[in-house]
Design a protein around this ligand. Structure first.
Ligand code: B4P
Length: 186
């Protein structure tokens, strides 16, 4: 799993390390944006929350995740980007994996100063125009991260699977740190 605040580089680093490890990468944010674009019931429901910078309800995300973990790709192990985001999501996936005698093996935590996060997301807004990359929604997402997602670091620290990675610097520098963190855990 790759955990970090919005703009910490989860998507960027997650894709690179998944490719390096030869496993699939799943981004719940990407899946939800694709569903919203296609106009599916799930996508339309999700969009109501995403555009405001709020988390999509746990039951919506969990039905999506169960489907993925049950797919053939899920059997080989995978890297999750942006999931879990709440303690109930983490508990649900732990129960699901325990039922298959599997577990979360590693959680990378990307640590980036807040002013750098805002700078990156505003830069992306100018480039890609994502609906939730405006200052109001960015501040809401950061607040939601601190309140609902950051407690997961302590949750996974209790399982002894956390590797913290400083996430400021160039993409290549950070990827080297990520590879070292993953290698050190193997
Ligand atoms: P996500 O798509 O996960 O969006 P995010 O947290 O804002 O992070 P993002 O992936 O965009 O940023 P990244 O760190 O890659 O989620 C969007 C929404 O979906 C959520 O707000 C929520 O509503 C919903 N959602 C998703 N999963 C959910 C769940 N499990 N439960 C409930 N709701 C859920 O960084 C991106 C930017 O930084 C890029 O522009 C990149 O180019 C830039 N960048 C990366 N590394 C850099 C570097 N080293 N230097 C400079 N820029 C860099």
């Amino acid at each position: 799993m790759i955990l970090g605040a919005p703009g910490s580089g989860k998507g960027t680093q997650g894709q690179l390390i998944a490719k390096h490890l030869g496993i699939a990468e799943v981004s719940t944010g990407e899946l939800l944006r694709a569903a919203a674009k296609q106009g599916t019931a799930l996508g339309l429901e999700a969009r109501k929350y995403m555009d405001k910078g709020l988390l999509v309800p746990d039951e919506v995300i969990l039905s999506l995740i169960r489907e993925i973990l049950d797919s053939p790709a899920g059997k080989r192990g995978m890297l999750m980007d942006g999931f879990p985001r709440t303690v109930p999501q983490a508990e649900a996936v732990d129960r699901f994996l325990a039922g298959r005698k599997e577990r979360v093996s590693l959680v990378l935590v990307l640590e980036v100063p807040e002013d750098e996060l805002v700078r990156r997301l505003l830069a992306r807004a100018a480039k890609e125009g994502r609906a939730d990359d405006n200052l109001e929604s960015i501040q809401q997402r950061l607040e939601v991260y601190h309140r609902q997602t950051a407690p997961l670091v302590a949750y996974y620290e209790r399982q002894g699977v956390v590797r913290r990675v400083p996430g400021a610097g160039s993409v290549e520098e950070i990827q080297q740190r990520v590879r070292k963190a993953v290698g050190g855990a193997a």
